[in-house]
Design a protein around this ligand. Structure first.
Ligand SMILES: [Zn+2]
Length: 342
């Protein structure tokens, strides 16, 4: 089968080769040129084009590490189609350990962007036109915000074509149905009929090794599903990803010092005490009660809380115990303890 070269950012990549390119970010008032590294693997055989992006929020570094490990994977030697990997999209934020750009805007609220807009809007426009539009699929890697960790999870909008199939292929136990946010990459890509999976895992400015391992495996699993790689290896057969159709946050009903009783991935029952908020200056304590049953998919890690702040993100599942069991299995199988046995 004849197969043609791939052109990206003005460079031509021949079948069966790979290249490191640079996307030049819009100029800020500083004199420095901000180059965003872009890796391209163009297979010998034709197939779909997939992009994988990290650190659209500059402080969400798990995604950059997932891509770093993905790029070392020997599986990429035999891909069909084209993989475009961008470890750090928001290079400005990455430099300064910030979620935002220097104009204090959030890149994931600026898509599809505008050529003549703000710095953030221009970067969104550039990324959309130079990368996203060339692809058939995308995987966007995120973490929780500062002091908030997320259980590894895929977020999709069930109304999107292919979303459920790809989400299940990624093969983590928890999938959350989440509506599009205005200005998100997911929404802008959906309007161009490019399905995007959003992988949320870990916490900003921290590495979460289990989340990183699951992320690398998940991307390779999706590449198998869309026939960019041959099937079978790595897939943990016993996982049955389940979809939560809704989720809610449990908030602090008092300001004080929080002592959580439940970890990420654990099941909670309606009426259960999941944390205590203590007054640091008296002996007063207030119990935080779960209003619904579900699985904890996000948690605040900072003990100092103000009334109204989000403490636990709980996803509603029909089979809560089954999901909790799978989460604990996956955590164990991807932990150092398990790895050390081999
Ligand atoms: Zn994010």
């Amino acid at each position: 089968m004849t197969h043609t070269s791939f052109t990206l950012l003005g460079e031509t990549i021949k079948p069966g080769s790979h290249a490191q390119l640079e996307l030049t970010a819009p100029a800020s008032y500083g004199n420095a040129v901000m180059a965003i590294p872009v890796y391209v693997f163009h297979g010998k055989k034709p197939g779909p084009c997939l992009f994988v992006s990290g650190a659209i929020h500059g402080d969400e570094i798990n995604g950059a590490e997932i891509i770093r490990r993905l790029l070392k994977s020997s599986a990429l030697k035999s891909i069909q189609g084209t993989l475009i990997a961008i470890p750090v999209v928001n290079m400005y934020g990455f430099m300064y350990q910030s979620r935002y750009l220097p104009d204090r805007r959030d890149l994931n609220r600026a898509f599809p962007g505008n050529k003549t807009g703000s710095l953030t809007s221009r970067l969104a426009h550039l990324f959309m036109n130079e990368i996203v539009k060339k692809c058939n699929y995308g995987i966007d890697l995120h973490s929780g915000a500062l002091h908030r960790s997320n259980l590894p999870q895929i977020r999709i909008n069930l109304a999107t074509q292919h979303a459920e199939r790809l989400a299940k292929a990624f093969n983590v136990p928890v999938i959350l149905n989440a509506n599009f946010r205005d200005g998100s990459l997911r929404q802008a890509a959906n309007e161009m009929n490019i399905p995007i999976l959003l992988y949320e895992a870990g916490e900003a400015l921290r590495f979460d090794d289990i989340a990183i391992r699951l992320g690398v495996k998940g991307i390779l699993n999706v590449m198998r599903e869309i026939n960019m790689l041959n099937h079978v290896r790595h897939k943990t057969a016993h996982i049955q990803p389940r979809i939560a159709r809704a989720s809610s946050w449990i908030r602090a009903t008092k300001s004080g010092i929080m002592h959580p009783y439940k970890d990420l991935g654990k099941a909670v029952s309606r009426g259960e005490v999941i944390a205590v908020i203590a007054d640091p200056f008296s002996r007063e304590e207030l119990e935080i009660i779960a209003p619904n049953s579900g699985i904890i998919i996000g948690r605040n890690n900072l003990p100092l809380v103000n009334e109204g702040e989000a403490l636990f993100h709980v996803a509603n599942f029909e089979e809560v115990e089954a999901v909790a069991y799978q989460v604990s299995e996956v955590q164990y199988e991807n932990s150092d303890d398990w790895m050390d046995e081999f």
